[in-house]
Design a protein around this ligand. Structure first.
Ligand code: BGC
Length: 763
């Protein structure tokens, strides 16, 4: 195909077999179903209740069986041909599972009526169920399924205040659960949620024999759940967040809704399991630890061995299926670092691998390799060496197992003889307003707040000579002229035009950029993710909705993530779009963040690995991936003006770490800055973040785009190295800045060059 043919001509060229459409095709839908089943986490299975025996009769309670939440809302929503709910999924297993229809049809009527009366998506209460109907259900079966659903979306956070019961069950949900407990002998709970919610009510209740987190599983989520209940798929999902007894147990809970203007990350590096496994007394708060998940079979880990070769630790472990049915297991590797001088979490994840489907008695040897330097900590204050990653002297213990709590120390220990600087970095993005931070002993350090000195990055770009004749961008692609010379022929106004977004072409609905016909610069269009390609409904294009990011992370299956990335990229390409605005990898700091479903985990290692796998899948198709939102967008309330106040160490080890892994392992072509402020400076105006850390220290060589319609000033964004302002540029602001000398042509050229380099990479 001619270069940029899809951008220029928007042809109708399907990418499937025999010229069939690949967008929303059966193969992608089956991939979505597979991922939904594989991300399902079995939390509890007492008395071997599950999988259901053939012929089991069930009565299903809860609106979520009909009003199944396939994913969250806002830009992360996906328009599909259909969404298979749980009732439909179970009905497709008729003969194996028989559903008490009258009860499900009661819920169906209630849900339809609620929407007819204007209810908001997934946000209306459970109805009371008449005693008569409960009695009929009881006459039909002794086995009940309860579905609890939760919905959330961008630009809004959930609460826990009686009007919005996100974490705990609402009063009506509690009544439903009580009624079911009083009438049914066997109970299975399904949590159709996008983030952690209360699990204590089901974990410690003997009357509830089994429970799953089925997450928000995309368009085939209901059928995937049925696949698991019948045992056609053996659950192998593992939690990527810690489930605790009380909302107040999360260290972020105290200050989450304290102010719309700021969030103080006072728990510092002790996020998620790092908090619960380290801080004295907090282990008892945990209901289900990070990494936890059951199977219908059992596994035994043996022959755990490790050695170091050069700077790598190589670990091998044999996994044997010791049960009666086939299944997959995830092996997780954690380390604990010595902490004589720098505070350290008790456990940190540094590697994982998943087996293939192992038949009963079958074994597989898994090899997990990681870099010794991955165990280093950031020395923000110069206890050993300021602004450096340090391997502190002492013993690094390694733990291997199937979750953070049960992972056992192996015999091998990595020893560091002297404190070692693994990377000398810089003091960037320092807080000015963080007055306390948590330490490993559970006490808080008080910190003196002082104004930070921000580093400047002078522009070193030199404009080339204007060529004698006119060239088009294709001439650069064909090597007839270099990019600097090409840019020399553009006027200042044309450069300004190129650093801003432009209206949609074709089926795009999130705008594009480029599009300077005179010079043959094609219009390049974007599309949202992460759970699929978001194309607006009026176009008639229906795409595949995959499970939300949290669900996919729970698969711990990087190949699967890569495959989904590739499948989504093909849907992007078939629709003549070029940039997929995914993956999103902010950290699950609080269960209430409205966008948790779009993000992977509380842990930066899982997040970074998943993001890298997705980017690799996407970019294998010459579609540019856009990891977002860089960085610290862990709350939605007032997201365009809220200051995330965070220590340099927590930034480096938690909030930036996933992005760092992703950038280094998959070289994304673009990255999206977040709306929020980080330690007093807006992310998109943050030179230290973009020029200092992202480009200078990590070697990112792609294009940086803003999030859509930031409150930041365009001139400051250009100066900070945020190349593109979406969805529109602020041309008057840039012209004025050039006139009064705040912005030079050279500075503008730096951003335009990165945008054009990205376009040149596209097909
Ligand atoms: C979201 C981004 C999204 C963009 C374009 C913003 O509101 O924060 O994640 O990619 O819109 O739709």
């Amino acid at each position: 195909m001619e270069k940029w043919a899809r951008a220029l001509y928007t042809p109708c060229l399907p990418l499937g077999d025999n010229r069939s459409l690949i967008t929303g095709c059966e193969k992608h839908i089956q991939l979505s179903r597979q991922a939904a089943a594989e991300g399902t986490v079995l939390l509890k299975n007492n008395n071997g209740l599950l999988p259901f025996a053939k012929g089991t009769k069930v009565a299903v309670f809860g609106c979520g069986q009909i009003d199944y939440i396939k994913g969250g809302g806002g830009s992360g929503d996906v328009h599909t041909a259909y969404v298979r709910n749980i009732y439909e999924g179970l009905k497709l297993k008729k003969g194996y599972i028989n559903v008490f229809d009258e009860l499900s049809l009661f819920y169906q009527g209630y849900v339809e009526e609620a929407y007819k009366n204007g209810a908001s998506m997934g946000m209306f209460e459970e109805p009371p169920v008449s005693e008569e109907l409960v009695q009929k259900a009881k006459d039909f079966t002794d086995t009940a399924i309860i579905v609890i659903r939760r919905y959330s979306r961008e630009n809004f956070d959930r609460k826990n205040d009686g009007t919005d019961d996100y974490f705990y069950l609402s009063e009506m949900e509690q009544k439903m659960v009580e009624a079911v407990k009083a009438n049914f002998e066997h109970i299975v709970v399904l949590l159709n949620v996008g983030a952690m919610i209360d699990t204590a009510w089901l974990a410690y209740e003997d009357g509830i024999e089994a429970a799953f987190s089925i997450w928000q599983g995309g368009m085939e989520g209901g059928l995937a759940t049925a696949d698991i209940l019948t045992g056609e798929v053996n659950p192998s999902g593992k939690m990527v967040d810690t489930c605790v007894k009380s909302f107040d147990d999360y260290p972020s809970s105290e200050g989450f809704h304290e102010s719309a203007d700021y969030v103080k990350y006072t728990e510092d590096i002790y996020v998620g399991y790092r908090y619960f496994e380290t801080i004295p007394g907090k282990k008892d708060c945990v209901v289900y630890p990070f990494g936890y998940g059951l199977s219908y079979t059992t596994f035994h880990l043996s022959e755990m061995q490790a050695c170091s070769i050069g700077n790598k630790i190589i670990l091998s472990v044999t996994v044997t299926n010791t049960g009666d049915v086939s299944g997959k297991e995830v092996v997780q590797v954690y380390y604990s670092a010595p902490s004589a001088k720098l505070d350290k979490p008790a456990r940190e994840l540094c590697g994982f691998a998943k087996t293939k489907e192992l038949a009963p008695s079958e074994s597989q040897v898994l090899t997990i390799t990681y870099d010794v330097n991955d165990m280093a900590s950031f020395d923000e204050h110069g206890v050993i060496a300021k602004s450096a990653f340090i391997l502190e002297k002492g013993e690094y213990k390694i733990y291997v197992g199937a979750d953070v709590r049960s992972a056992k120390a192996i015999e091998y220990t990595y020893v560091v003889d002297e404190d070692r600087v693994t990377e000398q970095l810089h003091s960037y993005c320092a807080p000015e307003n963080l007055d306390k931070r948590l330490k490993a002993d559970g006490a808080y350090d008080t910190i003196e707040c002082k104004p930070a000195v921000r580093t400047e990055f002078p522009c070193e770009y030199k404009c080339a000579e204007k060529p004698e004749k006119m060239y088009r961008l294709i001439d650069v692609a064909e090597g007839k002229i270099d990019l600097d010379t090409f840019m020399a022929q553009l006027t200042d106004d044309e450069l300004i035009y190129l650093v801003g977004g432009h209206p949609n072409v074709g089926v795009a609905n999130t705008s594009g950029f480029g599009c300077l016909g005179l010079y043959g610069i094609p219009p390049i269009m974007t599309a949202d993710g992460p759970a699929g390609v978001r194309i607006n409904r009026p176009t008639g294009v229906l795409t595949t909705a995959f499970p939300v990011a949290t669900a996919i992370a729970c698969t711990w299956n990087l190949e699967l993530m890569e495959e989904i990335g590739k499948a989504g990229a093909l849907e992007v390409k078939e629709n003549n779009l070029h940039i997929w605005l995914t993956p999103a990898l902010n950290i699950h700091r609080s269960p209430l963040c409205g966008r948790n479903f779009e993000y992977f985990s509380e842990d930066p290692f899982v997040s970074g690995k998943m993001a890298a796998a997705k980017v690799n899948g996407i970019q294998s198709q010459n579609i540019a991936a856009t990891p977002k939102h860089f960085a610290c967008n862990n709350k939605e309330t007032n997201r365009k003006n809220s200051d995330s106040v965070v220590s340099e160490r927590a930034l480096r080890e938690i909030y930036l770490k996933g992005f760092e892994i992703c950038v280094k392992e998959s070289k994304p072509k673009t990255i999206m800055t977040s709306y929020n402020i980080i330690n007093g400076v807006r992310a998109s105006e943050n030179t230290e973040l973009l020029e200092g850390i992202l480009r200078g220290e990590w070697g990112f060589d792609g294009m940086v785009t803003t999030d859509w319609h930031t409150r930041a000033e365009h001139c400051k964004e250009v100066l900070a190295g945020n190349d593109l302002k979406m969805s529109r540029g602020d041309e008057p602001n840039l012209k004025e800045a050039m006139e009064n000398g705040r912005l030079t042509r050279e500075e503008l050229c730096v951003c335009v060059k990165r945008i054009l380099e990205m376009i040149l990479w596209l097909e």
